[in-house]
Design a protein around this ligand. Structure first.
Ligand code: F3S
Length: 293
């Protein structure tokens, strides 16, 4: 069995940074919480929980003067105000790219623009950007929604960092016809696109694609869906324990990718398991061809 690793896979910059910041909190004095799961990966969340860092979904449940970690998706200004009232130590792991989008929404509003946020309505990052627009922004997810917007004299656009660049451009083309003055802040981050492109580059060449990452991770599920749409047989797994040797009998090539919230140690376990399968199936030694883990 030959293994082909996607060139770009696993933790993105913002997630790596958030996890490292949370790790630095281990052993600190007092109670420590993350506001929402630090990343959408159950195994990582459990590791932190085992070290005493638990998830809360509301600051009302944390003790005054304790520590709270804000995850990479970011939060609205209300949370910072509430944290100050409760005298919390805030470890702000908001991804700098998300911070930029939040600031852009805030600035556009201050400059008198109607703020349009292009993104998924229920995504925590989009909710946080909306809050930085004083909840006055309009969230638009589709071209149809953009077409239904009324005419506005000054219109400023911000975009969810993980939104598709292609869809964004088509929405922008519509929004430009809806105003006299137009400002655009291109806040898309390339990490998602790079992971998707790398996965698609190998999906067409292999018999089976393994997509590693949380079942609750939107970006991992999207990778699995894209590979599936490209015609691959896809196994979306969270851990190596889900792999079964019988599924690889007669398989010659396996592609591996992982979502932006999948840690290296989970990816490494999958490689090790595949090595074991190769021995069990009496195959030649695995050859890793592209990229690195
Ligand atoms: Fe940040 Fe981009 Fe990751 S916005 S959290 S580096 S996907």
């Amino acid at each position: 069995m030959k293994i082909i690793a996607a060139e770009h896979q696993g933790f993105c910059y913002g997630v790596k940074r958030a996890v490292a910041m949370a790790q630095e909190c281990i052993g600190m004095e007092g109670t420590i919480h993350t506001l929402g799961p630090i990343i959408h990966n159950p195994q990582v969340v459990k590791r932190f929980s085992d070290k005493g860092i638990e998830v809360v979904n509301d600051l009302s449940f944390v003790d005054d003067e304790s520590t709270v970690i804000i995850r990479s998706h970011g939060v609205g200004p209300d949370i910072y105000a509430k944290a100050q009232t409760k005298k919390l130590t805030v470890v702000d792991a908001t991804c700098p790219h998300v911070k930029k989008a939040q600031q852009a929404a805030h600035e556009l509003l201050q400059d008198g623009f109607a703020v349009v946020i292009v993104g998924e309505k229920h995504h925590p990052e989009v909710k946080s950007i909306l809050e930085w627009s004083n909840n006055q922004g309009i969230v638009v997810e589709t071209i149809q929604e953009a077409m239904h917007l009324p005419f506005m004299p000054k219109l400023g656009v911000v975009v969810q960092t993980t939104f598709s660049g292609e869809v964004f451009q088509t929405i922008v083309n519509v929004l430009q016809t809806k105003c006299n003055e137009f400002q655009i802040r291109r806040t898309i981050c390339t990490a998602t696109d790079l992971r998707q492109q790398s996965a698609l580059n190998i999906a067409a060449k292999v018999d089976v694609m393994l997509v590693i990452g949380g079942k609750n991770s939107a970006n991992t599920s999207r990778l699995a869906q894209l590979c599936h749409d490209a015609g691959s047989r896809v196994y979306h797994i969270e851990t190596a324990a889900e792999l079964r040797v019988e599924d690889f009998s007669g398989i010659e090539t396996v592609g591996i990718t992982a979502g932006a919230s999948t840690p290296d140690w989970l990816i490494e376990e999958v490689y090790q398991k595949m090595q074991e399968f190769n021995q069990l199936l009496d195959n030649e030694v695995i050859k890793i061809e592209q990229g690195s883990i």
